[in-house]
Design a protein. Structure first.
Length: 330
C-alpha cells in the first residue's frame, strides 16, 4: 500500500482539545469565585422574601435573609455583595430623602451585612436616587421635569457620606451624572472616609435589558433615562466618560450591561490600569432563565459560557445574580 505524505495538515489545533484534562490545561481564561460579586435587594418592612417574577430565583430580601445570603456568598468564595435598597412606597419623594436617611433601608442593610461578615466580604452599595424618588429618576428634577445634574450631585455627596458612615467598603454611583465621581470622592475625603473606594459606572447604557430590574427595585420611573444614560450606538463616548472618571479619582470602573457591550468592555480593559467590572444585568439573567425553563438551552452551560465571555473580554470583576451558585460550582 502506498502512502502519500504531505497532503494532510501538520498543524492540528484539535490536538489541544482531545480530552477534558487537555482542555483545562490550555484554557486561556478561567473563572474564579473571587471574580464574582452578588447584587442583592433588600425590601423595607418585608416579613418574608418577595420573589421577583421576571427573575426566577432572585428575591427582594428581608433583613434576615439578606444576612443569610451574605454569609452564603462569603462561604462560597464570592468577592463582594452589591446592595440595593427598596423602601416603602410611602417614603418616596421628589428628593429621594430615604436614600440619605441614616436609618433608611439601604443604610440599615449595610449595617446588617457589616455586622454579619465584617471585612471578609466586600460590601458595596448602589449610590443613586432612583429607588427613593417618587418619579423614579436617578436625580433631582428641575422645574421643566428634567434631571438637574448639579443639584443631583449635592444629593450624591450626602448619600456617599451616609453610606460610608455605616461601614460600606465601596460606593457605586450609577446615575451617570457629569462630575459624580469627583464630587463623591471629595465628599468621602472631607468626611474622613479616604479608604472608601469608588466603583464608577463609567459606561452605563440606556438599555432595554433593565426591564426586570425595575420590578426588583419597585421602580416608579416616569419616562426614560436617555438624557443621562449613554446611547447604545456610541463607543467613543464611553472612552470620554472613562477619561473623566479616572481624572476624578475612580478606583475601579464598570461597563453595564455586559453581553451587549463586550466590545466596550474590551476597549475599556485595554485602556486602563485600574480594575474593570462588568454587570450582567437583570435582562441578561432573565433571558437565560426563560430559555432554559422552555428547554431551549442548557442552563448551566449557558451561564458559564456567558460569564467566561465577559471574563475573556477583560472584566476583572463580574456582578451577576448567579454569583453564589457559580462560585459553589467552581
Amino acid at each position: 500500500m502506498s502512502t502519500t505524505y504531505g497532503t494532510f495538515p501538520g498543524s492540528r489545533p484539535r490536538r489541544l482539545r482531545t480530552t477534558p484534562a487537555m482542555r483545562r490545561m490550555v484554557a486561556e481564561h478561567r473563572l474564579h469565585p473571587s471574580d464574582l460579586i452578588l447584587p442583592a435587594f433588600v425590601r423595607e418592612g418585608a416579613a418574608e422574601p418577595v420573589p421577583i417574577s421576571a427573575m426566577p430565583g432572585v428575591v427582594q430580601h428581608t433583613r434576615d435573609t439578606l444576612r443569610k445570603a451574605a454569609v452564603e456568598a462569603l462561604e462560597a468564595g464570592v468577592a463582594g455583595i452589591m446592595l440595593f435598597g427598596v423602601p416603602e412606597e410611602a417614603k418616596k419623594d421628589a428628593l429621594g430623602t430615604a436614600g440619605t436617611d441614616p436609618d433608611g433601608i439601604l443604610q440599615v442593610a449595610i449595617r446588617d451585612v457589616k455586622a454579619e461578615v465584617g471585612d471578609e466580604l466586600v460590601i458595596m452599595s448602589d449610590l443613586c436616587l432612583d429607588e427613593y424618588t417618587d418619579h423614579g429618576h436617578c436625580g433631582v428634577l428641575d422645574a421643566d421635569g428634567r434631571v438637574d445634574n448639579d443639584a443631583t450631585l449635592e444629593r450624591y455627596a450626602e448619600m456617599a457620606q451616609v453610606q460610608a458612615d455605616v461601614g460600606v467598603h465601596v460606593v457605586g454611583p450609577s446615575g451617570m451624572m457629569d462630575g459624580q465621581v469627583g464630587v463623591i470622592r471629595d465628599a468621602l475625603d472631607q468626611t474622613g472616609h479616604e479608604d472608601v473606594s469608588v466603583l464608577a459606572y463609567t459606561a452605563k447604557y440606556a438599555s432595554a435589558f433593565y426591564g426586570p430590574f425595575r420590578e426588583a427595585v419597585g421602580s416608579s420611573l416616569q419616562g426614560d433615562r436617555k438624557t443621562y444614560q449613554q446611547d447604545p450606538a456610541n463607543l467613543r463616548e464611553s472612552m470620554r466618560e472613562l477619561a473623566l472618571d479616572l481624572a476624578e479619582g475612580a478606583d475601579m470602573v464598570m461597563v453595564k450591561p455586559a453581553l451587549p457591550y463586550l466590545d466596550v468592555l474590551a476597549k475599556v480593559a485595554e485602556s486602563v490600569d485600574v480594575p474593570v467590572a462588568a454587570y450582567q444585568i437583570s435582562g441578561e439573567y432573565a433571558m437565560v432563565e426563560a430559555a432554559a425553563a422552555n428547554g431551549w438551552i442548557d442552563r448551566d452551560r449557558a451561564i458559564m459560557e456567558t460569564l467566561t465571555g465577559i471574563k475573556r473580554a477583560g472584566a476583572n470583576m463580574i456582578l451577576t445574580y448567579w454569583a453564589t451558585e457559580v462560585a459553589r460550582q467552581l
